[in-house]
Design a protein around this ligand. Structure first.
Ligand SMILES: Nc1nc2c(ncn2[C@@H]2O[C@H](COP(=O)(O)OP(=O)(O)OP(=O)(O)O)[C@@H](O)[C@H]2O)c(=O)[nH]1
Ligand SMILES: [Mg+2]
Length: 563
């Protein structure tokens, strides 16, 4: 069977090509990094064609790939049969020539670390074309150390380095480390990457939140990197060189997943997953995944599935396996290339179906709402950033038991509770999905119907977790979203929550606290504490006597009496 030569053979004559092809027939003894005859042969060919020549050898010393390079580099082909598993090396070593006395280059070392090669070796040519110094490097297993060790230069007389035994030794050390660092089943080890175009502080804030999203999704964070840039690299977000460096760090830290702290465009996902042999996801996918796990009602499930399909559709690509890698772990199994067209059609069909279903459920809800409106019960809607304490507030107010948990997006399905007063007065209090910075547009669209219901609110309680260092950005995010949903006309009361956790004596914006009510949603008594609100605009709709201040309980009572 004739085996193909990788790289480029352009401009070479038949005899030269034949000689290169013949490299496939050479076998090296396992203890040699490469047999001296083979080494001399690649040096001679290189001298003749003035280009680098490279070989990939398996652990038995068999040549698996022959590569005809360029004067200054070779390109290592994809070798699907040799996949490095966790704690394993690739099972292939690369030996190639350098036309001058240049030691291992950055590209060589990047290939070594990225591809998890067993070894990389460069045999240099002397100016007279004879074999010069030989340089080798291998990966180091300890995440605390440098990613690789470059060995002292030797010569062709020292290729007998007990190669196979050394590689096996290295691999067993690697697997020891891997066992120590590898995630428990069902979890992933993630390395987080942020490209900061708007200053380091806002990048840090966003990264902290990405960490929390990971925590909610049961993903261990093994490392993070923020790269300051003027502009996002259109292909690799952080630039190819930087990306290689970060992926090497990720691999070194036994990461199984890369998470980008932004939404990746379809073409970015393609270039990055073509380049990286690791699962890669973005912020949007992470949020979608959390939503998917958390959705309980059929409407919620449909909405999340719709958002997932809308997100995936433009990313189903024919060229490579990006999507299958992308969706291989969290978020379910991805489609194989051959099924792409079918999958695309199915996805579109499913989208149409989901939209119909959602419409149907919405209609039923509208009818319920109409009934409610006939009874004209006042509606108080609780909104706020995710994890601000919205559900807790609803529970305390109405003594119900909606899931309230210290994780993001605990609530996805809206719930309403009636609060009945003596004298048959009633209000409806609703709790809904939390907001987040850069809420994926697919989710915003899918949840639009749910959020639209907020239009029915007579008063909005905007809950802000003041114990969170990012409370100000969170408040702004929610304000902006309310604005974009045209809800800013509805009277809104800021409810500054978790006062029990906040250091109020050293609070950085005390002026803010006068613009709303300070509470601890877990403590019922705090909901009765009155505050003088300096910014009365939001409450102008209430005609009660508010001179002595107002509390959340007052507000609800006043609303109840407006029935
Ligand atoms: N210490 C303290 N913890 C609170 C307070 N209010 C809520 N929490 C806690 O904060 C966490 C989040 O509360 P939730 O009520 O689930 O928050 P949420 O706004 O509904 O969050 P999502 O539904 O995930 O958007 C839970 O662990 C609550 O027990 C409070 O006043 N003080
Ligand atoms: Mg909630």
């Amino acid at each position: 069977m004739k085996q193909i030569v990788y790289g480029t053979l352009d401009g070479l004559n038949k005899a030269q090509i034949k000689r290169i092809e013949n490299l496939y027939t050479i076998k090296s003894p396992p203890e040699f990094i490469l047999s001296p005859q083979a080494a001399i042969e690649i040096v001679h060919i290189s001298r003749d064609i003035r280009r680098q020549v490279g070989l990939l050898l398996d652990r038995n010393g068999k040549v698996v790939c022959v590569i005809a390079g360029e004067p200054h580099r070779i390109v290592i082909p994809v070798t699907p049969d040799f996949k490095p598993g966790p704690g394993r090396l690739k099972g292939l070593r690369c030996i190639h020539t350098h036309l001058s006395h240049e030691t291992l280059t950055r590209d060589d070392l990047t290939d070594l670390a990225l591809l998890r090669l067993d070894y990389i070796t460069a045999i240099c040519l002397n100016p007279d074309g004879s074999a010069g110094p030989v340089y080798s490097a291998h990966i180091l297993p300890d995440p605390q150390a440098e990613p690789y060790r470059i060995l002292a230069g030797t010569s062709l007389d020292h290729l007998d380095i007990d190669c196979q035994a050394q590689i096996l030794e290295l691999e067993s050390e690697l697997s020891r480390h891997s066992r120590r660092y590898s995630p428990e089943t069902g979890r992933e080890n993630a390395y987080l990457i942020n490209a900061a175009t708007q200053g380091i502080r806002s990048a840090q804030v966003s990264m902290d939140e990405l960490r929390e999203l990971c925590k909610t999704s049961r993903i261990n964070v093994v490392g993070t990197a923020i790269q300051q840039r003027k502009k996002i690299d259109p292909k690799f977000v952080v630039g190819k060189g930087k990306l290689s460096e970060l992926i090497i760090k990720a691999i070194q830290n036994y990461a199984t997943l890369i998470v980008f702290d932004r939404e990746l465009s379809p073409s970015q996902i393609r270039s990055i997953t073509d380049f990286v042999e690791m699962k890669v996801i973005d912020r949007t996918q992470l949020i979608l995944d959390i939503f998917a796990k958390q959705a309980k009602s059929s409407e919620g499930k449909y909405q999340v599935e719709l958002a997932q399909l809308e997100y995936m559709l433009p990313r189903l690509i024919t060229k490579n396996t990006a999507m299958s890698r992308l969706t291989g772990g969290i978020g379910g199994r991805g489609p194989g290339e051959t099924k792409l067209e079918v999958n695309r059609r199915r996805a579109r069909e499913r989208i149409t179906r989901l939209k119909k279903e959602i419409k149907k459920i919405r209609k039923q809800r509208h009818q319920q709402k109409a009934r409610r409106q006939r009874r004209s019960l006042p509606v108080i809607s609780i909104v706020g950033y995710t994890n601000a304490g919205k559900s807790t507030l609803l529970n305390t107010l109405t003594q119900s038991k909606i899931i309230a948990a210290n994780r993001l997006f605990a609530t996805l399905d809206p719930s309403s509770r009636r609060l009945r007063f003596p004298q048959d007065k009633e209000v409806i209090i609703t709790d809904t999905v939390g907001f987040i910075q850069n809420l994926p547009k697919e989710l915003l669209e899918a949840f639009h119907a749910t959020l639209e219901e907020l239009e029915q609110a007579d008063v909005i309680l905007h809950v802000i977790d003041i114990s969170n260092p990012r409370y100000m950005q969170q408040k702004q995010t929610v304000d902006q979203l309310l604005n974009s949903l045209n809800l800013d006309k509805i009277p809104t009361l800021y409810v500054f929550n978790k006062m029990d956790l906040a250091d109020l004596d050293n609070f950085d914006s005390p002026w803010l606290l006068n613009q709303g009510i300070l509470v601890s949603a877990r403590q019922k008594s705090s909901l009765r504490q009155r505050t003088h609100i300096t910014n009365m605009r939001p409450l102008a709709c209430l005609d009660g006597d508010l001179k002595s201040g107002v509390s959340v309980a007052d507000l609800i009572l006043i609303m109840g009496s407006k029935e």
